[in-house]
Every structure is written in structure tokens, then in C-alpha cells.
Design a protein around this ligand. Structure first.
Ligand code: MTE
Length: 304
């Protein structure tokens, strides 16, 4: 793994200043939404969430320097190097489709919908690595309920910003742009499903999907779409970028399942970034108790 930083400066020497600045940025965002400032502070001081894992966190350096964000390049260090030009303010998210009250939300409006929570989740990438990340966000459900989904809203489609000027990866045809993902409505409304706006007590770094991204901890990481601008409630299952690219490799559900191998490699084990030995991958990434019921009666070999 290549980590871009001046080799003669230890991370411990450079992080505090950068963190201080980002913390100020996060507080400014919270201050723009006065009702939230208290909760934002609570999140920053580490209010524990019942949904959080107690496993050791990955470092901020690991979480922000080893990323997949194909809009900024296909190697792990590209997003940190190339995403900084992305303009994340102002930012809007259109929530549309099968809803009684479709609405275009400004980011600040979304932050007012629910108290910000810190959630420490495992993220398991389909490539066989994992991390433990302290996200800050609100449940996706608190956004969706505002627009009042109709009875026809069976699925939720998500789209990332389409802007090849700012996102050089979109000038190549490596994926079908904009990046698209989807969930079934019950998955989208599940309390574990988070809209993240920060991590490590700070505004979301751009390489991690600023200013707002999805986190679905029981699914492979690619379901957790970054830099979202559109959320559409719909009756039919939406196409997704990775399924379009390789339908036999990436299914719509993509629940973490050690029993279903990727056609080109096993999914039975994973390497936690920063560790040497591999560990066993858990069904639903360890969130089976909370989510297995969503799939009762489904053949998860077929619906992979
Ligand atoms: N979202 C967009 N828009 N583009 C991407 O390339 N990569 C996905 C997901 N979301 C991706 C994306 C993949 S493969 C993973 S593993 C996670 O983002 C990584 O999230 P992280 O960088 O915060 O760890």
C-alpha cells in the first residue's frame, strides 16, 4: 500500500493541526443548524451508540488514505490525492419518486432532521479487507420519512454527483456513471442504515464521500455510495453500477456472506487494515442478529 505523505514527518506531528481545522469546519456546519449544536458536540465527545461495535478503531490515517472512490481514480491512494478539488458546499440532495412530499434538501436541512450520532461500524469491502470506522450521521429513515413514501415505494435508488470536470474518473468508462446503488425499502429504513456526514468527530473527508454518503454495515462496502445527490423511491429494483459492470460478480443484495464466494476469490476471510493475520468473515458482517430477519425465506445463494 502506498501512503502519500512526506516521509520525514511522522503522522503524529501533522495530524493535530489538520484535525483541529476539520473539527472547526464540523462545528461551523453544526452551528449553521443551531438546534443541532448540542448533539454535534455530544457526538464529538463520543456519546456511545447501542449500534456501535467495541472493536479497536482503525486510525484516521488508515481510513482516509486507503479508499475506493472510482470517480477519483481506481487505486487506493487516488481518492485522497484527487478528491480535494470536489466542491461540497453548497450541496443538495433530491429525494423524489414514489413520495407524497418529494423535496430537494440542502445539506443543512438534512442535518436538522435528527440528532447527529456517532456510530462505530465495521466496513467489509468486497475485495477482502475491512476497517472499523467511527462515523457521524443520521439514520437514512429520518430523511425518507419526511418525504412520506407511497405504498409503491418498494426500492430506493441512490446516485452520486455526475461532474466529469470535478471527478476525473468519470472521463473514463470504468463504470456506468453516475455511480448508482440501491436498497430494498425495508433495508433503507432499517435503523442501522446511516447517512454519514462525518467521521472521527470531523466533517467527512472528501475521499470518504463528502459531504454525505450512505453506510450499510451488513453489506459489502460498494453498497455504501458516496457524495449522494439523488435518492429515488421506486416500485422496481434499480440498476446498480457494479451489477451493470459485472452481473455475475456483484448482485443487487451483496450482503456480506462468507458462504458465497466471489467468482474470482473466496469471501470466507478478511484482512483488517493494519493487521497481519486474516480473520474469519462473519455472515452479514456480524450484524446478523439485527438484519437476518429481513431475508427470511430468501435463498441468499441466488440473491447474492
Ligand atoms: N461510492 C462512489 N460514488 N464511488 C465509488 O467508487 N466505492 C465503494 C463505496 N462507495 C465507491 C463508492 C467501495 S468499493 C467501498 S469499499 C467504499 O465506498 C469505501 O468507503 P471508504 O473509502 O469510506 O472506506
Amino acid at each position: 500500500m502506498l501512503i502519500r505523505r512526506p516521509t520525514d514527518i511522522a503522522p503524529s506531528e501533522i495530524t493535530p493541526q489538520a484535525q483541529y481545522l476539520r473539527r472547526r469546519e464540523f462545528m461551523a456546519l453544526a452551528a449553521a443548524t443551531p438546534l443541532l449544536a448540542g448533539e454535534a458536540l455530544a457526538a464529538l465527545t463520543g456519546k456511545p451508540s447501542p449500534f456501535s461495535t467495541t472493536e479497536a478503531l482503525n486510525t484516521r490515517q488508515q481510513i482516509t488514505s486507503y479508499n475506493n472512490f472510482y470517480e477519483f481514480g481506481t487505486s487506493k491512494e487516488d481518492p485522497a490525492a484527487n478528491a480535494q478539488r470536489l466542491k461540497t458546499s453548497p450541496w443538495q440532495v433530491a429525494v423524489e419518486g414514489e413520495a407524497l412530499k418529494p423535496k430537494v434538501f440542502g445539506l443543512e436541512e438534512i442535518l436538522k432532521l435528527a440528532p447527529l450520532e456517532e456510530r462505530i461500524y465495521r466496513l467489509r469491502c468486497v475485495e477482502g479487507w475491512s476497517m472499523v470506522i467511527p462515523w457521524i450521521g443520521i439514520p437514512l429513515a429520518s430523511l425518507l420519512k419526511v418525504v412520506q413514501p407511497t405504498g409503491k415505494a418498494k426500492f430506493v435508488a441512490f446516485e452520486t454527483l455526475l461532474d466529469p470536470q470535478q471527478m476525473p474518473g468519470q472521463r473514463t468508462r470504468v463504470l456506468d456513471w453516475p455511480y448508482k446503488e440501491g436498497l430494498r425499502i425495508d433495508e433503507a429504513l432499517h435503523p442501522l442504515t446511516l447517512l454519514a456526514v462525518g467521521l472521527y468527530g470531523e466533517v467527512l473527508p472528501k475521499q470518504n464521500g463528502a459531504p454525505i454518503r450512505l453506510v450499510v454495515p451488513w453489506k459489502y462496502g460498494f453498497k455504501s455510495i458516496k457524495s449522494i445527490v439523488r435518492i429515488r423511491l421506486q416500485e422496481t429494483q434499480p440498476p446498480t453500477s457494479w451489477n451493470l459492470a459485472a452481473p455475475n460478480e456483484y448482485g443487487f443484495y451483496s450482503n456480506v456472506n462468507p458462504a458465497v464466494a466471489h467468482p474470482r476469490w473466496s469471501q470466507a476471510t478478511e484482512r483488517r487494515i493494519g493487521e497481519f493475520f486474516k480473520r474469519k468473515t462473519l455472515p452479514f458482517n456480524g450484524y446478523g442478529e439485527q438484519v437476518a430477519g429481513l431475508y427470511r425465506g430468501m435463498d441468499l445463494q441466488k440473491f447474492f
